[in-house]
Design a protein around this ligand. Structure first.
Ligand SMILES: Cc1cc2nc3c(=O)[nH]c(=O)nc-3n(C[C@H](O)[C@H](O)[C@H](O)COP(=O)(O)OP(=O)(O)OC[C@H]3O[C@@H](n4cnc5c(N)ncnc54)[C@H](O)[C@@H]3O)c2cc1C
Length: 389
């Protein structure tokens, strides 16, 4: 059985590694390459850490990721701490794994090396522009005129998936009137010490997340703001410093100073959609191609990792892959829908006016189990035991 995996992001590479481990012939086709530096960090929570372990790369992963001890929730105008989530204590006593921050490119490289070790062929710098699903095969063709044939196609080609457009041409992701501005800043000795721990700065209509990565050498910065001006979802959209400083006009100077050091800020429109069907007979969507989510729970990449285990496990001894694609969606749908909904709702919690915000965090301070039970529902999920039962 030959399988083409379209897209060498988190979902594509993890799925290809799992399938190759079963001895399947897998070819990944990626329009970029694994050496591209998108300059951004990603949070990997205990539910996704479990998948990293299943991939057999946990030791290397742990070596290059950071494990934060807490996340501080602060007012953006004063930097005053409203609440602190004790991650180290929670990871030890409440969660079934650890919480990590990692540079996205380091994760991609790790997955890419693992896939190749297991025999996956990765074709880079090849943009697929056409897909044809026939009775007994799938053919994909690239911008430069190459064609590739396989029995099945797993489309891990992200939010703007060409496979999704092929299967469901009338369907489109929805811009949710929020955009993200991302930057990576070198941490030097002069940096304010509040940035040495992860922070979530909140304000009306915007929030700002910072956390160190690469063993405290870089500070990952993501500013998310309400935005009516529809932006692309792309790593290539540059933003100016003045655009960002205008957004955080009310921020404390310590926060503003962080952005003043940015030389490369990228902007990113935030979209999601709730696609009713993820597959056809020979094609299945996976990861963001199937169920993109707003980044308010930091679960898009983590869910993609869960998907990769689930789909490959179901395909292991399958005699009817079309039926397996159906079962994959049936099993995964409830969980990803729930996380999509929580992520979507969180945008309203984070961005409340001062009084309501203060009240929310006072309640969390007094009743920490409210937040904890939600985190446990997401983080303690074990896709392997769910799928095997
Ligand atoms: C601001 C922000 C912060 C986030 N933070 C987190 C976080 O902390 N934790 C978390 O879990 N998630 C986070 N996410 C979500 C996460 O980034 C995505 O959910 C995740 O990257 C999805 O992985 P994927 O492999 O499905 O898709 P993608 O990462 O989009 O990968 C798709 C791949 O397909 C390739 N491709 C696309 N089209 C073609 C084509 N035609 N031909 C060939 N190749 C193609 C692309 O080049 C790309 O490599 C965040 C998202 C945003 C916007």
């Amino acid at each position: 059985m030959k399988i083409i995996v379209l897209g060498g992001g988190i979902a594509g590479l993890a799925t290809s590694a799992f399938l190759a481990k079963q001895g399947k012939h897998v070819v990944v086709i990626e329009k970029g390459n694994s050496f591209e530096d998108h300059g951004a960090g990603i949070q990997i929570t205990p539910n996704a850490e479990k998948v990293i372990k299943q991939l057999g790369i946990y030791d290397q992963f742990k070596e290059i990721s950071d494990q934060p001890s807490s996340i501080n929730i602060r007012e953006i105008d004063t930097t005053r701490r409203l609440h602190s989530v004790p991650l180290d204590q929670y990871c030890m006593n409440e969660f079934t794994g650890d919480y990590h921050h990692i540079h996205r490119q380091d994760l991609i490289k790790l997955l890419s090396v693992r896939s190749k070790e297991l025999g996956v062929e990765i074709i880079e710098n090849e943009k697929i522009t056409k897909i044809e699903e026939l009775d007994k095969e799938v053919i994909v063709s690239s911008e430069c005129g190459n064609s590739y044939q396989a029995d099945f196609l797993i489309a891990a080609d992200g939010l703007n998936s060409i496979a999704r457009k092929y299967l469901f041409p009338t369907y489109a992701p929805k811009f949710r009137n929020f955009s993200a501005w991302r930057s990576l800043i070198k941490i030097d000795k002069d940096i304010d010490k509040i940035f040495l721990e992860p922070n979530l700065f909140i304000s009306k209509n915007l929030h700002f997340v910072t956390y160190p990565i690469r063993k405290m050498s870089y500070l990952n910065c993501v500013l998310i703001s309400k935005d009516i001006d529809k932006k692309k979802e792309s790593w290539k959209e540059n933003a100016s410093l003045s655009e960002v400083t205008a957004l955080i006009e009310e921020a404390n100077q310590t926060v503003k100073n962080i952005f003043l050091q940015s030389t490369n800020i990228k902007k990113w429109g935030l979209y999601d959609h709730f696609l009713p069907k993820w597959h056809s007979n020979r094609i299945s969507l996976i990861g963001d191609a199937a169920h993109p989510m707003l980044p308010f729970m930091a679960q898009g990449g983590c869910s993609s990792l869960e998907d990769s285990f689930a789909l490959s496990y179901l395909m292991k001894n399958s005699k009817n892959i079309s039926d397996t694609f159906f079962r994959f969606q049936k099993i995964r749908n409830k969980r990803v829908r729930k996380i999509q909904q929580i992520s979507s709702r969180n945008r309203f919690v984070f961005h409340q006016p001062l009084l309501i915000r203060s009240l929310i965090f006072k309640i969390l301070e007094l009743f920490p189990f409210i937040l904890l039970s939600r985190l446990k529902m997401i983080y303690n999920y074990d896709v392997a035991s769910r799928i095997k039962n």
